[in-house]
Structures are given as C-alpha cells and as structure tokens.
Design a protein. Sequence first.
Length: 102
Amino acid sequence: MRVPRLVGLMAVDARETARARGLFLNAPDRPEFHLTVVDYVVRQFPQAGAEVPRDSMVYVWFDFGEGEGGGGVREPRIPRPPKGGLQRELDQPGDAFEVSSL
C-alpha cells in the first residue's frame, strides 16, 4: 500500500485519511495528538508514495524543526505607518518660510 500525502492537511483530515488506508498516525511533537484538530501537517515520514504494509505507523509533524525554514517570528513594524492614507503637511503658524500658493 502507498502512503498518502498528508502534508498540508489539517490534523483531523490527516487522521481520517490514514485511518481510511489502514495506517496509524503518530505525532512526536504533539503529546495529545488525538486532541489536535486545526493544525496543519508540515512534514511526514515515510514520504507520500512510499510502499508500506497495512497497519504501518506514519509519523507527522506540525511544527518545523530547528533549521527547517519556518516562517520565523513576525514582529510589528516600528514605527507604525500613519493611519488614514496620505496627509498634507501644513505650515506652522509664524513659519519664516511659508509656502505660498500661486
């Protein structure tokens, strides 16, 4: 039997897909894997398409390991962009170099 592609599936869908093919899933990075629902599979072993006997164990991971190229931390941009779009800069009262409109 061939291992189905589980990468990109949510945990609940990955479990159902494996169960339908007679395979067992194990998630080393999730101790309570049976409660995991909406996390997405990012890696699997054996790879999709590999030939394995029925009742084999397929390992799935939901987080990238160190050095595997996850998205990284996205911190807010400082300073934040101004709200509301473009604004015209106005002259300060008493400015020696006032802008005159012609």
